[in-house]
Design a protein around this ligand. Structure first.
Ligand SMILES: [Zn+2]
Length: 55
């Protein structure tokens, strides 16, 4: 019974921001280009899968 108009507005704003984030960041995996061979690798992998260079 404590619902206030101001709080409801904040929740709506948060949901709108979430929708924008989901639309822009659909791909979770960030790819980094290896400076040695140019192959794209996943950000969470420390070494290049192509040439083995540590990035
Ligand atoms: Zn490489």
């Amino acid at each position: 019974m404590k619902a206030t108009p101001s709080k409801g507005g904040m929740v709506k704003d948060a949901l709108e921001e979430a929708n924008v984030s989901l639309g822009a960041g659909a791909e979770k995996v960030v790819m980094i280009k290896c400076p040695s061979c140019g192959k794209l690798k996943e950000e969470d992998s420390k070494f290049c899968q192509e040439c083995g260079r540590e990035i």
